[in-house]
Design a protein around this ligand. Structure first.
Ligand SMILES: C[S@@+](CC[C@H](N)C(=O)[O-])C[C@H]1O[C@@H](n2cnc3c(N)ncnc32)[C@H](O)[C@@H]1O
Length: 209
């Protein structure tokens, strides 16, 4: 724990501090777009997909959620563990290293799934290390988002919800259409505009089976 804290960058959100080593995604605008809109009710079962340094899992636990957090980057999982201890919520978060829903039991159901997805178009040669997994979504930016949309419905309770962040560079309308086809009510609840892209926070509620 000590060596991670010594070499990591520090990120603050409200009263919480998060240590982020070089090979783990540093919370940014897209992170804060979800963080500012997390709607966790006491006792909600929350799945934080692609947890990175654990920030969204930890905020969910602060709000009374029972959280499972997954990341494909083993260093992110270690880092999130340390941050959950430092912020006093390690007893409310289970951390798992794995690929999307693979490590989650098929019978597990959640009230809320969070995903700040890797959503930028990129070529495979741009995979320069573990941290590129954080933003690289393949040629059209949708590789991970599409897999996520296919699997997520099976892990949600009726009226369970998803908060997903993505960029206008990876076709937000396509995400909305695919989610509606799978039985969700969908709306964009917040967005931030930049010079070359808009990032949107999509809220989807599972209303049909
Ligand atoms: C944009 S970062 C978000 C990190 C953190 N949730 C945040 O908002 O700061 C995306 C995260 O998804 C993880 N990731 C990428 N592909 C994944 C996969 N197939 N399964 C699980 N996690 C994945 C990356 O390692 C990275 O930590």
């Amino acid at each position: 724990m000590r060596s991670l804290i010594e070499c990591a960058r520090k990120v603050y959100y409200d009263d919480a501090v998060f240590y982020v080593p070089e090979d783990v995604y540093e919370p940014a605008e897209d992170t804060f777009l979800i963080a500012d809109n997390i709607d966790v009710n006491l006792g909600d079962r929350v799945l934080d997909m692609g947890t990175g340094c654990g920030i969204l899992a930890i905020i969910s636990a602060f709000n009374g959620g029972e959280v499972v957090a997954v990341d494909i980057n083993p260093n992110a999982v270690k880092c999130a563990k340390v941050n959950s201890v430092i912020n006093g919520v390690s007893d409310r978060i289970s951390l798992i290293c794995g690929d999307l829903f693979n490590p989650i039991r098929q019978s597990e159901l959640f009230d809320l799934i969070l995903f700040n997805a890797p959503y930028l178009p990129c070529k495979s040669e741009e995979h320069l290390g573990k941290v590129s997994l954080a933003w690289c979504g393949g040629e059209n930016g949708r590789a991970i988002i599409d897999l996520f949309i296919d699997s997520a419905p099976a892990y949600l309770r009726r009226n369970g919800r998803i908060l997903l962040v993505q960029s206008s560079l990876s076709n937000i309308e396509e995400t909305e259409r695919k989610m509606r086809d799978r039985g969700f009510d969908v709306e964009i609840i917040s967005e931030r505009r930049f010079l070359f892209e808009t990032i949107a926070l999509i809220k989807a509620i599972k209303v049909r089976f």
